[in-house]
Structure formats: C-alpha cells, structure tokens
Design a protein around this ligand. Structure first.
Ligand code: F0G
Length: 433
C-alpha cells in the first residue's frame, strides 16, 4: 500500500493533500514495493510510442504503482541525453564526467518529470485549480501541464526576478500569473498559507508526488549506464527537491537490491544563496533562512522547503554540499555552452561544483561523475547575451565570444576572419540514449 510518512517523526497516514506533519516534518510517499526486476524497465524500452516510453512513466512501478493509467497527463517527458564532452571533462579535471541534460524536457527543464506526476494526481483526485510559487521553471512546466489537463493554473512569481523565457512560457500556456512584490521565499510562503483558502492544489516540490517524478532522473541515467552507478551525481541546489528525490531514488533502488553501489550526491549552491551549504558546514540542527542573491535566478532561494529531506539524502549517500561563486557558474556555463550542449546559469553550478570538488581532491581524477544540467540554454538568453556583450555587473566574463561590428564590405570581413584564432577541435564523443 502507498501512504504518506513523515520524515521527522515517522507518522503515517493515507495519501491526501496535507504535506506537513503536526510535528513540522514533511511527508514523503512511502511505497510497499513487491518484487521488481530491472528487466521490467529494459523491456519497456521497446514500447516506443506508448505511455510507457515516457522517461518518467516507464518507471511507474517505482513512482506511483497505484495510479490508474487513465489519469496520466504526459507530453511525454524525460528521455533526455547523457553526454560526454571532452572540453567540459577537461575543464573540470574529471575524465569520466557526463552531462545529464534535463533541459531537453518538453518545457525545457527537469520540472516536467515531477509535474507529469503531480498533475496526473491532481486530475485523479478531481482538482480544478493548481498553483505553485516559482523562480520560473516550475511555473512554465505547471502552466504547460495544466493547459494539457484542462486545469486552471495559477503561478506566483517574484516580480522582476525571473528570466523572460520562463515568464513567456507561463503567460503563453495560459496560467494566471501573479507577480509578487517580494522574492521566491515570499511567494512560497503565500502558497503554503493560501492553498485551503483559495482552493488550489499545490504543485511545488513540497508536494511529495513531485519528488516521486523527479526520482526518474536517477532511474533513467542509471538505465542509460546499463544500471552501473557512477561514483558521483552532482546537482544544482535551490529549493532542494532534486537533492531530496535523488537520495530517495537511490535508497529505494538499494533496498530493492537493484543497485549494489551507492553513488555520492554532491549538492551545489550559489554562494549568494547558500543556506543549505551553511547548514551542512555548521552544527546547527535547522536551516537558517537568508536573503538570497545570485545571477542564477532559478536557485535564488533563501529558505528551501525540502532541506530536511535533502540533508538525509546527503547523509545516506555519504554526499557533500558545496558552494560556487557567480563567476564560477558563468565560467562553467560558457564552457558547457561552447561544447555545443548549453544550459541556463543555475545548471552550470553542477559543473562548477565538480571542478571545485576535483580541485579540493574530494573527487578523484579517475572517478566518474554525472553532472545534472537542470535547464535549457534558451530559458535565460538575456544573461547569456549580456555575458558575451560584456554587460553583466560583477561578472568577469573570461570566456566572452564578442561579436564584431563591420560595414557590409567583404574585404573587411576577410581581415577580421584572418585575425581569428585556429579552428576549434572536433568534438566526437557522444553517448546518447
Ligand atoms: N536548476 C534550475 C534550472 C531550476 O529551475 C531549479 C529550481 C533548480 C536548479 C533547483 O532545483 O529546487 O530541486 O533544488 N527551480 C524552482 C522553480 C525553484 O521555481 O522553477 P531544486
């Protein structure tokens, strides 16, 4: 039987829409799995075009075994590539570095994995209105899935603090956009307080079903590696839904005997939005909220909802929490972008974190690491263009690709091309699905 279990006091109850226990701990989905073999998921790879070819619903038995398939709202999502790029590996100093590109999901971020599950559950219980607070990607994803399901979507976003690509999506997909004169944490507070009064179903990652869907990043990445776990999984960290989901996925696979080795999770925060890093470094028992500030707006979060679940993930996987500067994030982004893969700023925290942990000797040069790229390059094209034009305050744009202005004159263009450096080396190594 599937039920909710409080991660702090262990209290269990039937699944409902109250996500915080009276003790203050968060509930998570607790499954009683039967016998599950990896052949089940490998067999489904042949089901091209069916519901089970979604990179989330392929693993339904590990995510929501009891949901009636008629309620599933799927694009489909997932099936994102696992890349190997020599330049990125060299930059981080880790030869066995891979990039799991979650920006290749339908709405351009990993959020679609949790959202397909959250919206399907909303439909199954007859919800009419769904809502979330967001730094942008959750709102884009929720707006898309709500539109598909015929639900009314309401998104609370911090005014002036989300990238245009994301705002464009929420508006275009038809959600009601509420711009809060405050930051993400203020918006999240309103969502938690307002759900009952305003009658909406919450689709932030405080909703345990979102976490269940996000576990599929791990399942799919492992399946792409023939179920051979890497040494490290490195992930950008904001509201801490992914860190929580990754630990839960690995714990469940280990308990089911489906993996032998536990990869270590490295959760990477921006220096200016680092409450989880501070908690990890200190003797404190509780997260200390802060006023966040980082160029990576997706992870500009000072009071992460899932810190307690995430802390358990780090402890259970012998993991680590690290912080990186905005300069390191933008540098790593420029390298990922120039490798032809590309990502939004927050995503690059994973590679910046990998590099820092390698330099500190925490990650060995011969270890394998999968860095999760959480969002697409096109989400925040403003920041990318400003970086290359040299217009970002406090950022030392060391890897600028500066455009040149020239009259429409072929010989002048010829001169410019002659002064350019040698042609880039060919990138040939790709490991796709
Ligand atoms: N990367 C991107 C691109 C994100 O959009 C987010 C979170 C994260 C990383 C952090 O992930 O919260 O699981 O630790 N974005 C949320 C949003 C908060 O509203 O779109 P996390």
């Amino acid at each position: 039987m599937t039920e909710f279990k409080c991660i702090r006091c262990g209290h269990t109850k039937p699944v409902d829409d109250v996500y915080v226990c009276s003790c203050g701990g968060l509930y998570e989905v607790h499954h009683s799995f039967g016998d599950i073999s990896l052949d089940l998921f490998d067999g489904k790879l042949r089901d091209i075009g069916s519901q089970w070819s979604s990179g989330v619903w392929r693993y339904k038995e590990l995510i929501h075994p009891e949901l009636d398939a008629k309620y599933i709202i799927s694009r489909p999502e997932g099936n994102t590539n696992l890349y190997k790029r020599q330049k990125v590996a060299e930059y981080a100093g880790i030869q066995g570095l891979f990039l799991k590109h979650e920006g290749e999901n339908p709405s351009g971020s990993f959020k679609d994995r949790g959202m397909t599950v959250g919206v399907s559950v909303a439909v199954s219980i007859g919800a009419l209105k769904v809502a979330c607070a967001s730094t942008g990607n959750t709102s884009a994803s929720m707006a898309a899935y709500a539109a598909q399901a015929g639900l009314q979507g309401i998104v609370f976003i911090p005014e002036g603090m989300i990238a245009y690509g994301k705002l464009a999506q929420a508006l275009a997909y038809g959600a009601q956009v509420v711009q809060i004169k405050g930051n993400f944490d203020d918006a999240m507070d309103l969502i938690k307080k307002g759900a009952k009064r305003l009658g909406f179903y919450i689709l932030n990652s405080i909703n345990p079903w979102r976490i269940e869907g996000q576990k599929s990043i791990i399942f799919e990445m492992l399946q792409q590696r023939k179920w051979n776990p890497p040494d490290w999984i490195i992930v950008p960290a904001g509201n801490l839904g992914n860190t929580s989901a990754f630990g839960k996925a690995l714990r469940e696979l280990k308990e089911l005997g489906l993996i032998d080795k536990m990869p270590r999770i490295a959760s990477i925060q921006a220096e200016g939005a680092n409450p989880f890093y501070n908690l990890w470094k200190s003797e404190e028992k509780k997260i200390k909220p802060m006023k966040p500030d980082t160029i990576a707006t997706a992870i500009k979060i000072g009071n992460p909802v899932s810190w307690e679940k995430a802390l358990r993930s780090i402890r259970e996987t012998n993991g680590i929490v690290e912080q990186v500067s905005d300069n390191a994030i933008m540098d790593a982004k420029a390298v990922i972008d120039a490798s032809g893969v590309g990502c939004e700023p927050a995503s690059a925290a994973s590679v910046a974190g990998a590099k820092k942990l390698r330099e500190k000797g925490v990650i060995a040069g011969d270890e394998e690491a999968v860095c999760v790229l959480t969002g697409n390059l096109m989400k925040d094209s403003d920041t990318t263009v400003k970086y290359h034009l040299g217009g970002l305050e406090n950022i030392d744009a060391r890897r600028r690709n500066k455009p040149v202005q020239v009259e429409p004159d072929l010989s002048k263009i010829e001169n410019i091309l002659l002064t350019m450096g040698s042609s880039p080396t060919l990138e040939v190594k790709t490991l796709g699905v």
